[in-house]
Ligand binder design. Structure first.
Ligand code: F6P
Ligand code: MN
Length: 332
């Protein structure tokens, strides 16, 4: 098998297809380098003293893990001097982080969830990093969160890493979805799946069923029909999987199909869903659509949602196209 490293793949994208500006290629390289450093920390675990709580909270009132803070710092530090960014925004920071004056600047905005699946850090289950790249609109101060309030259709690149049995990087620059596996000895990401396609049909679903009593009627109906299996209206049995790390659940869906739901519910009426639009739902929706799947809130395409706040939440239903369509139809 011819081994194609990420750098080579990106250069091919830049020169052959003209689809990838050099600046964006270099930005992806910097993010990949940060991902390698995070992977190293995740893998060392207790040996590096990185497990457990940081003793602080983030803007969303969630307790931060040490690794949330470490991963955030690694991404900030690596990208600050890359020269391709105007500003960054993160799940772990209330306000955008503009590139300091003494550093070279570029036209892009980088958003990230530095460590997705935090509840799994201390129990040795896969976690990951999610990121999204936008262009900074002209005439808007990148330190102002307004610069980031763009719908998902404006993303020029989206990706995520899974720190699992192997470290995998999934990437799209708007021309299909590809995945790369980290070769630790060599220290580079190697292309291992090109042009990933999500099967249109599935027999697998993912939802946190402990929230059932809070679900709205369309989701109640949809999931009860899945559980009814062969004897219900769907006429086939479904299996359920829930890792509680979105990165791992979405990676499984990319590999073998499935539908993932974190719907709007009535648990906390101030939150229209659990997942954050700009650095969780949007990048995952772009990746899933680029792989032939679908991503909706139940009521509209996720990528069309017009953001009003940096940390806003949104309902998410994504995965195998035909299954997402059934769930969306139930929403009327
Ligand atoms: O980032 C939010 C997240 O950790 C996702 O990775 C995951 O899908 C979800 O929350 C897990 O939620 P719950 O704790 O309700 O299972
Ligand atoms: Mn997350």
């Amino acid at each position: 098998m011819r081994k194609v490293p990420l750098s080579r793949f990106l250069i091919d994208e830049q020169w052959q297809s003209q689809a990838l500006p050099a600046e964006l290629r270099l930005l992806v390289e910097v993010v990949a380098r940060a991902v390698k450093a995070i992977s190293l920390n995740v893998n060392k675990g207790a040996l590096a003293g990185v497990l457990g709580d940081a003793g602080t909270g983030n803007v969303q009132g969630e307790a931060q893990k040490k690794l949330d803070v470490i991963a955030n710092e690694i991404l900030l530090e690596a990208n600050e001097w890359g020269g391709h960014l105007a500003a960054m925004a993160s799940e772990e920071m209330e306000k955008p982080h503009p590139i300091p004056h003494r550093m070279p600047k570029g036209e892009y905005l980088l958003l990230f969830d530095p460590l997705d699946g935090s509840s799994n850090i201390d129990v040795n289950i896969a976690v990951g990093t999610i990121f999204s790249v936008l262009r900074c609109p002209e005439g808007v101060d990148p330190a102002d969160e307004k610069a980031f309030l763009q719908s998902g259709t404006r993303q020029v690149c989206a990706g995520f890493a899974v720190y699992g049995p192997s470290t995998v990087l999934v990437l799209t620059v708007g021309r299909g979805v590809h995945s790369f596996t980290l070769d630790r000895e060599v220290g580079s990401f190697i292309l291992t799946r090109e042009d990933i396609r999500i099967p249109e049909d599935t027999k697998e679903f993912a939802i946190n069923a402990s929230n059932q009593r809070f679900w709205e009627p369309p989701v109640q109906r949809y999931v009860s029909e899945l559980i009814a299996g062969k004897t219900g209206p769907r006429g086939k049995d479904f299996n359920m999987r829930w890792v509680a790390s979105m990165v791992a659940d979405v990676y499984r869906i990319l590999m073998r199909g499935g539908v993932f739901l974190y719907p709007r519910d009535t648990k906390d009426p101030s939150k229209p869903g659990r997942l954050r639009l700009l650095y969780e739902a949007n990048p995952m929706a772009m990746i899933v659509e680029q792989a032939g799947g679908a991503a909706t809130t139940g009521r509209e395409r996720i990528l069309d949602v017009v953001p009003t706040a940096l940390h806003q939440r949104v309902a998410v239903i994504l995965g195998s196209r035909n299954e997402v369509e059934v769930a969306a139809r139930h929403h009327g």
